[in-house]
Design a protein. Sequence first.
Length: 315
Amino acid sequence: MAAKAVSGGVTPSLTAADLVAAMPELKPIAEIETFQISNVASPEITLQHLVAVRDKINKLEADGFDGVVVTQGTDTIEETSWALDLMCSTRMGIVVTGAMRNPTQAGADGPANLLASVLVAGHPIAKDLGVLVVFNDEFHAARFVQKSHTSNVGAFTSPSCGPIGWMAEGVPIIPFQTSRTKTVKIPKNFETPWLPIIKPGLGDDGALLDAACSAGAKGIVLEAAGGGHVSEMVAERAVAAAKEIPVILSSRTRGGSVLTQTYGFVGSETDLLSRGLISSGYLDALKARILLLLSIVRGDGRKALEEEFVRPDTV
């Protein structure tokens, strides 16, 4: 984002080359080549965009590059980084970053984030870690990272486990090693299914579940309260939906794992899982939706789909 539009707000206008050209500090660190995949606001990013990025990353590794930094708007980074983590089988360092403050604001953080990202992506320590998200001199694993503030430069956090590393005097430190996720391979020609996230509130009757099914949803992520809890009315509609399409049970707390056997009332996690819903494990609703999306695109049946959602808890 850069130049202000007629409305007064910034719009997508800077290219990858522009970002690098504005940072002479990068020259002594690495030989950098820039590639432009698209220039859209981050809510406009689609799975097709990400497949193009994945294909470019695969080619760059084959061409001998040491690492890749992907820059984009921050709104969807917690989703795009996880999708790339699932789709990319490359060993080299892959970092996704952006800026919470655009260049028209005092204290813009984009240059510092880009500098740190280049240092991380090109360092041997980042190999075989999958996709990392680098902001505010902290490194987060794609499977855990969340955007937890609308404007703070420290917006990116990992509530369940914290960052896996940080910058120290220009050197990336990663004391916590994460294992790689198994690559999800999807067909070349695919249609992106509609998969809504439904988040019931106090007194909600779950009518949106019926509406989603009637409107053609291919799956639903149910963002329940606490350890995975909804009211009896919502539970009955969720169970009915699960007989037709996959319904993934996640928690609106966005931290920790969905419980499996603690509570026993109608609408509890024990009840819902016993009646056909699938636990998202430690994945929050946005991450669970990405995994569900890739699994459905790949054509997974019920058993394979359940295995996909068990797998993240074991890697």
